[in-house]
Design a protein around this ligand. Structure first.
Ligand SMILES: Nc1ncnc2c1ncn2[C@@H]1O[C@H](COP(=O)(O)OP(=O)(O)OP(=O)(O)O)[C@@H](O)[C@H]1O
Length: 822
């Protein structure tokens, strides 16, 4: 089955620029797009991956651990880092510092304000509150019925500000539980009786999620949330009056996209009175058909910038997302009037074809897909036959090898493919965290003119950031959580680096009467979903997680994000704290750091590297095939190959992607697949079935019979009859539905076909290795930048307080309490 990038991102690498200086601005857009051949770049992520592998809780050989002021390691000076750090002149928060991304300094006040703190949380300390909003009241669009107590506070049940029509988009806990294998599909209309037209044509495969809401006409409605087919059709359940209002507002915008008309549409679609910063500008650009780069902070409302145009455009809006969890969340967040669909790896072939059918019939307005989907020829040819008005690249920083979150499959998203092959005229790239270099890379890949950049990446004002150097993080963490204001917060996320840490820490917190659960990618996905569900419904107070948790989580009332382990880059830090305070209320983000963790992470990064010999071996393996097999499907089983070449899976994928998209196209990547199939025949005897079925006949020839079971390699069978692996998978699935066979597949693999064999293996491996090494070094630079930022915050604060030499914890107790309680 085709694989989507739904991993926990723990493999993700950060890859700062080869050249520390910001590169020149991206070239202006060159019409026509089809004639433009994009520049080829080497892309990789050395650190990334061993993708699904557990990170060891202890490095094999910890490096020597110098003291914090040891300069022998020469961490890069702050001025050369991708971020600049300076003291804030913010009068309200004299102890804050701000960091700005290199490049766009004049344009933005991007990045964090870090308050230095240490831990001494004696409850008896008195303090004065800083002037940051203390009532945790929503800053914008605050309705008259002001909330007295934040629901994130224990015992508080105050509702969130009403958002008229948004209610029915299912924000209860902001969690969609998708059970892809169970349930009955049932489309129910507003009264819960009559089936809708296209629902009735579908098989019973949907889980229903009932939610009552009151629309404009005060009609109590039931909203339906599907699961298996992942297609929402909630629009038919809305009250007629609301529907008419929206139609009217859409028509007005179609006639004239004026501020007034757009504000009208915003109001009837979402119930919001005004746009947030950057939203209106972005929507207008997109409606004007201009490809746009949008940088807004986490939780700033980027989704609305494609949802509204999607309503106005006649064609489909395609949204590319890096994680299935994120797509599911975004699908769920669509306003009721927008029909949404999703294609992901966990769907059955039947569900995929159902979604594609709906897409072709115009039954889907917004379709969420993974970048891997663009490897699928069938998908591409369907896409090229339907009108796509807008392509949205969410988390667009994943395109760039210089971002903290590079994903090789995102490199496929180039204007050349999107515009020439799919005839997409307008692209909206969105991110919350990108350095100038990353922005440059995104805009140049997607051919977004430099004039079409909307950049407002400053952190939300409602986040109070604090940092402490800790000698005993576990004890300090407990103190922190048991002290105000953390003690009063209902929802807290604690980020750790290692899976083992999350398990140990959650147990420790439970032992200390704090309800906590650990969350990481090795926990079965069903249990992970359950944990997220419990957290979103406030049944668990604390989630102790690796980076696997958070993306796609729009729980509005997360009151605190605590970093138990230092993030690997400032961008990662900003991304993760972005989970806090999405309801606009005061939230608290605390970072613990220590030199031991820093050096441990540094050491692990270096151990991730690959050498030329391994790359050479890898290349030889790929091209070892006989030339007569050129054009045939080949597979590289991820796990065994990773061991064989001592390479992380993500590095292997990076190399494969480079071999396809580099200057010379050596291979063509195909959808990923579980390649080993074990099959049993049921109804008809194998020989009889083989007489009428060419696939079965090929299976009998190419398989090994193991105790009555037929074991075969999918690519081998597909090659023997000249079909694609997707076609083979679909055929097997249909035989299974007919009751003829049962089968299981295993061994996820990268699949490719050979286009050209390289002439000089040695120089190619040398070139690739050099580049991978650069990536590794820059990843370390990013870690250094993060560490330096934390150190700087601590030192700077001490100077500002005039407290050098005084035991930190005691000295800053008052300040910490004051600031944290703020
Ligand atoms: N104009 C607005 N007024 C009030 N609330 C808004 C407005 N626009 C968006 N929101 C709300 O802000 C919240 C965050 O929006 P959204 O999920 O789109 O953020 P985001 O920028 O995509 O964040 P992230 O980068 O973390 O995914 C949502 O609950 C959304 O309904």
């Amino acid at each position: 089955m085709e694989s989507d990038s739904d991993s926990d991102c723990s493999h993700i690498s950060s890859t700062p620029p080869r050249n520390p200086m910001p590169p020149p601005p991206p070239p202006p857009r060159r019409p026509p797009l089809s004639s433009h051949k994009p520049k080829t770049r080497l892309k990789s992520s050395s650190s990334s991956s061993k993708s699904q592998r557990k990170l060891p809780s202890e490095p094999a050989e910890p490096p020597p651990q110098p003291s914090l002021d040891d300069t022998s390691l020469n961490p890069p000076p702050l001025s050369t880092l991708p971020f600049q750090i300076r003291c804030s002149s913010n009068l309200h928060r004299p102890n804050l510092i701000e960091t700005l991304p290199a490049g766009y300094f004049s344009k933005s006040t991007f990045f964090s304000k870090i308050q230095r703190s240490s831990l001494n949380f004696e409850p008896s300390e008195s303090f004065t509150c800083p002037p940051v909003s203390t009532d945790r009241a929503p800053p914008e669009n605050k309705p008259n019925n002001v909330i007295k107590k934040h629901p994130n506070l224990i015992g508080a049940n105050a509702p969130l500000p009403p958002a008229k029509l948004r209610k029915c988009s299912g924000n209860e806990g902001n969690f969609v539980k998708l059970n892809l294998n169970h349930g009955r599909r049932k489309f129910v209309n507003g009264k819960g009786k009559k089936k809708s037209s296209y629902a009735s044509s579908s098989r019973g495969l949907y889980r229903r999620s009932k939610r009552k809401w009151k629309g404009e006409g005060d009609v109590e409605m039931e909203s339906v949330c599907d699961e298996e087919g992942l297609v929402t059709e909630i629009g038919q359940q809305k009250p007629k009056k609301g529907c008419e209002l929206i139609e009217e507002a859409v028509l007005k915008v179609q006639n004239e996209a004026s501020d007034e008309n757009l504000a009208g549409l915003l109001n009837v679609m979402y119930g919001y009175d005004s746009f947030r910063e950057g939203q209106l500008e972005a929507i207008k650009m997109v409606l004007d058909g201009k490809s746009t780069m949008l940088v807004l902070p986490t939780g700033a409302g980027k989704s609305l910038c494609y949802q509204m145009p999607a309503m106005v455009f006649s064609g489909v809006t395609l949204v590319v997302s890096p994680l299935v969890a994120l797509m599911i969340d975004q699908l769920k967040q669509l306003p009721p009037v927008i029909q949404g669909g999703l294609l992901c790896s966990s769907q059955k072939p039947q569900e995929v074809s159902e979604t594609l059918r709906l897409l072709q019939e115009g039954g889907i307005k917004v379709l969420f897909v993974s970048p891997e989907r663009f490897l699928n020829e069938e998908f591409l040819s369907i896409l090229s036959s339907i009108p796509i008005s807008l392509l949205v690249v969410d988390e667009a920083h994943c395109i760039s090898e210089w971002s903290h979150n590079f994903r090789p499959s995102y490199t496929r998203l180039r204007a050349s493919l999107l515009c020439t092959r799919l005839n997409i005229g307008c692209i909206l790239a969105m991110t919350a965290t990108a350095t100038a270099t990353t922005l440059n890379a995104i805009m140049s890949a997607l051919e977004i003119p430099s004039t079409n950049l909307i950049h407002n990446a400053k952190l939300r004002d409602n986040m109070q950031l604090s940092v402490s150097l800790s000698g005993n993080r576990t004890k300090d963490l407990l103190k922190l959580i048991k002290s105000p204001p953390f003690a009063e917060l209902q929802s807290i996320i604690i980020y750790c680096k290692f899976q083992s840490e999350t398990d140990i820490l959650s147990r420790y917190l439970c032992d200390n009467n704090i309800s906590a659960k650990s969350y990481h990618s090795s926990i079965p996905s069903k249990d992970r979903s359950r944990i997220q569900e419990l957290f979103c419904s406030n049944k668990i107070r604390v989630v102790v997680a690796t980076v696997a948790f958070g993306m796609g989580l729009d729980k509005r009332d997360v009151g605190a994000v605590i970093h138990y382990s230092m993030p690997e880059s400032l961008e990662e830090y900003v991304q993760e704290i972005g989970r806090a305070g999405r309801d606009g209320r005061l939230s608290h983000c605390h970072l613990f750091f220590d030199d031991i963790t820093y050096f441990k992470l540094r050491s692990l990064m270096h151990s991730d590297g690959v050498d030329e010999y391994a790359v050479n071996k890898f290349l030889c393996d790929i091209f070892s095939t006989d030339m007569k097999h050129q054009g045939k499907i080949h597979a590289m089983i991820k796990e065994s190959s990773s061991r064989k070449f001592d390479m992380k899976e993500e590095v292997m994928l990076t190399l494969l992607t480079q071999l396809e998209l580099g200057e010379v196209q050596y291979i063509r990547l195909l959808p990923q697949l579980n390649v080993t199939c074990t099959l049993n025949f049921y109804k008809t005897s194998p020989m009889l079935l083989a007489d009428k079925d060419i696939v079965v006949s090929a299976i009998l020839k190419k398989s090994e019979n193991k105790q009555g079971q037929y074991v075969f390699d999918m690519p081998t069978v597909a090659n023997s009859i000249g079909v694609t692996t997707t076609e083979l998978s679909n055929h097997l699935y249909n035989l299974k539905l007919k009751g003829e066979i049962t089968y299981e597949v295993k061994d996820p693999a990268y699949c490719y076909s050979i286009v050209e064999v390289p002439g000089d293996f040695c120089s190619l491996s040398r070139q690739l290795t050099k580049w991978l090494l650069e990536v590794e070094c820059f990843k370390v630079d990013k870690l250094d930048a993060m560490f330096n930022a934390a150190i700087f915050a601590v030192n700077d604060c001490e100077k500002m307080q005039g407290c050098h030499g005084i035991p930190t914890r005691t000295m800053f107790a008052k300040k910490d309490l004051g600031l944290l309680q703020g």
